[in-house]
Ligand binder design. Structure first.
Ligand code: TAP
Length: 453
């Protein structure tokens, strides 16, 4: 198989060449993982915890290198990339606290003892998209390893470099051979073998809803366990009583962070009609002021899109008939640049309102009252994230309860904290990652009754 040329999306230069794993090599790696899993599950919880802590420390010492790799491979701003590498460290530290806490229960019965065990599944396959290569990988592999599973990890074909480095760091930290293997390659080859190979007992997939449905259907053949983190079309709801200055100043971050290539991007801003014009007036300078450019520069706020093909896809959402309110900066020269773009939809069926753009394009539309805000927010097949801006606590709670989404924030755009659960309603996914129960999702509950009479 021909080597994959890895391209820097800010310069369009090839930065690395990576050998893709073929189907036979994937099978061999899964077989090695199966054998490694049978030993890893027997490692004392305290020793598993210690190894995960050492892995976290190795990542910590490597944050700058990992971040620079991500700048060059994915076009992430250096500030974001450092946060992402730090997130892997934190997720590993948090997971290191899990092996000793994964206890079962003792259930009262007559005539004996009834206990449950949380047993590891065996081999877990983790399939990662290109938009956040490091954190999304860690959200799968860290709790899976903590629970005593072996992991095979497939990074996206476009962004394999940080995952490969994490594989090296795991070995340097002393994780036993083949407990954590990184297999770069195509989804249709490596990813598909995770779905079809019977030794892989669970697939954790993050990516598009379309591919997620195929994965789920494929896993159904063997009743294979699956966690899905899929697309989003989240709403940022701004009520008239909110701190409008703050809501407008932070709205660009809520949607243009990572150039909008974020499943939690608030790509619809719903604004109460009485303050609609005022909000747009405040939003315009904030959008024009987003610093777009060299992702390696310390003060850059937005980098390029991942590829030329993806830029074309994003651009197709802004048709000649689309009413563009205003746009931000777009650098000249090479690089897959697209400017922050604010559009005013003309019909509820506009694609920009119904489909995930996964780029720096946001639609702003008015609503009249709370009920309409909730109805519009829920008028999508997705349900991942969202924000509510109001200074009325009762309203904040009512609207939070009304919006069908897994992760909401009030007067903030924060969606992810590694110690709280993360995942989607409706077609945004199935299952939860992160949070205190993350490792449980990588276990089976076994019940044992011991007769004493
Ligand atoms: P996808 O095209 O779905 O690809 C995601 C991963 O799946 C890649 O590693 C891809 O491999 C692999 N893949 C593709 N086809 C496959 C198949 N038939 N069998 C097994 N694996 C397969 O998504 P993307 O374009 O990379 O990522 C963007 C999408 O991810 C967006 O929709 C976004 O919302 C979603 N996303 C969701 C979340 C959460 S947490 N909900 C987080 C980030 C992203 P290749 O390397 O061959 O492409």
């Amino acid at each position: 198989m021909a080597a994959t040329q890895v391209v820097n999306p800010a310069t369009e230069q090839v930065v690395a060449s990576v050998e893709p794993t073929d189907a036979a090599a994937t099978d061999a790696a899964i077989e090695r993982a199966r054998r490694a899993a049978s030993e890893w599950r027997e490692v004392a919880p305290g020793d598993r915890a210690r190894l995960l802590r050492r892995f976290a420390e190795a990542v910590d010492a490597d944050v700058e290198r990992l971040a620079r790799l991500e700048v060059d491979n994915a076009g992430h701003t250096i500030g974001n990339a450092r946060w992402e590498a730090g997130n892997v460290r934190d997720v590993l530290h948090f997971a290191a606290g899990m092996p000793e806490r994964l206890s079962g229960k003792q259930i009262p019965v007559a005539g004996g003892l009834d206990v449950t065990f949380q047993e590891p599944l065996g081999v877990v396959g983790v399939i990662v998209p290109w938009n956040f290569p490091m954190p999304i990988a860690a959200w799968g592999f860290a709790p899976a390893l903590a629970a005593g599973n072996a992991v095979v990890l497939k990074p996206a074909e476009l962004t394999p470099l940080t995952a490969l480095r994490l594989g090296e760091l795991a070995r340097e930290a002393g994780l036993p051979e083949h407990v954590f293997q990184v297999l770069p390659g195509k989804g249709s080859v490596v990813g598909q073998r995770f779905v079809t190979h019977p030794a892989v007992r669970k697939v954790v997939f993050t990516g598009s809803t379309e591919v997620g449905k195929q994965i789920m259907a494929g896993c159904a053949e063997q009743v294979k366990r699956v966690t899905l983190e899929l697309g989003g079309k989240s709403a940022n709801i701004v009520f008239a009583d909110a701190d409008l200055e703050r809501a407008a100043a932070t709205a660009p971050y809520g949607v243009f962070d990572n150039a909008g290539q974020d499943c939690c991007a608030r790509s619809r801003i719903l604004v109460q009609r009485s303050v609609f014009d005022r909000f747009l007036e405040l939003l315009e300078p904030a959008v024009r002021g987003v610093r777009v450019g060299d992702p390696g520069a310390e003060d850059t706020e937005m980098g390029p899109l991942i590829s030329a093909a993806h830029r074309e896809r994003v651009a197709a959402f802004v048709e000649p008939s689309t009413k563009v309110a205003f746009t931000g900066h777009r650098p000249e020269g090479p690089g897959f640049w697209y400017p922050p773009t604010v559009v005013l939809p003309t019909a509820p069926t506009d694609r920009v309102l119904t489909e995930e753009v996964f780029g720096p394009v946001v639609a702003v539309l008015p609503f009249d009252d709370e009920a309409e805000a909730v109805r519009l927010a829920n008028d999508t097949e997705y349900g991942l994230s969202g924000s509510i801006w109001t200074n009325d606590l009762g309203r904040a709670l009512r609207v939070s309860r009304g919006v069908e989404a897994g992760n909401l924030s009030v007067n903030s755009h924060s969606s992810v904290r590694y110690w709280t659960p993360f995942g989607g309603f409706k077609q945004s996914g199935l299952g939860r990652e992160l949070g205190p129960d993350a490792a449980l999702a990588f276990t089976e509950t076994k019940n044992v009754f011991i007769a004493t009479q």
